[in-house]
Design a protein around this ligand. Structure first.
Ligand code: GSH
Length: 206
């Protein structure tokens, strides 16, 4: 059975778990990272020298980097759906995956860490405010991209929606002011109807 290491409240672990759940694959999850440790053990470092989560072992094939995991699982199990057949639709989905992590996720990180993982007395209010402002500008880009399309790469739910959905869940859930993003909100509403999204992504931020 496929094995995955990673705590459930990690945004990057959520991406892999959501993909597994969408695919209906059986898997064993091992808590790892932060309070669970594991990631600094020699055994784990042999699998993932970064000491980060998630990591998967699929019948002896070890893979880390959450987006690579989502792509691998989608290509293996969901050609034509999560992994679009059309090269341009696939590239579009792929682009939004990396934008979600490298651009939106990176911009939101100080706000997320400040507001969720840092005691109030130790928070850097200016850093948080700058992160919130930058994130607000970025989500408008995703909002505009969703004009006339129900999902980020077009008519159907694809792997492109997975990392973006995880980061937007954090943005929608943080105790911050948000600009109106009606198309993003409608798309988020569609994601929230998916049982797999509710099971593994819509968890309390902690
Ligand atoms: N680019 C990597 C980043 C992985 C990453 O930074 N994971 C975080 C959790 S979101 C982590 O392992 N943090 C240390 C820990 O949990 O101990 C990926 O997408 O998999």
């Amino acid at each position: 059975m496929l094995k995955i290491w990673g705590r459930r409240n990690s945004v990057n672990v959520k991406k892999a778990l959501w993909c597994l759940e969408e695919l209906g694959l059986a898997y064993e999850r091992v808590d790892a990272g932060r309070e669970y440790g594991v990631v600094d053990t020699p055994g784990y470092r042999a699998l993932n020298p970064n000491g980060l989560v998630p990591t998967i072992d699929d019948a002896g094939f070890v893979l880390w980097e959450s987006h690579a995991i989502v792509r691998y699982l989608a290509a293996k199990h969901a050609a034509g759906t999560l992994w679009p057949d059309d090269l341009r639709v696939r590239a579009d989905a792929d682009r939004w995956m990396d934008w979600a992590g490298a651009t939106l996720g990176a911009a939101m990180r100080p706000a997320f860490w400040g507001l969720v993982r840092t005691p109030p007395a130790e928070r850097d209010a200016r850093e948080i405010a700058a992160s919130v402002a930058r994130s607000a500008e970025l989500v408008k880009i995703a909002d505009a991209a969703l004009a006339g399309r129900p999902y980020i790469a077009g008519d159907a739910f694809t792997m492109g929606d997975i990392p973006l959905g995880c980061h937007v869940y954090n943005w929608m859930t943080l105790p911050i002011e948000r600009p109106a993003t009606p198309r993003l909100a409608a798309w988020y509403g569609r994601l929230a109807e998916r049982p797999a999204f509710r099971r593994v992504v819509m968890l309390p931020l902690s």
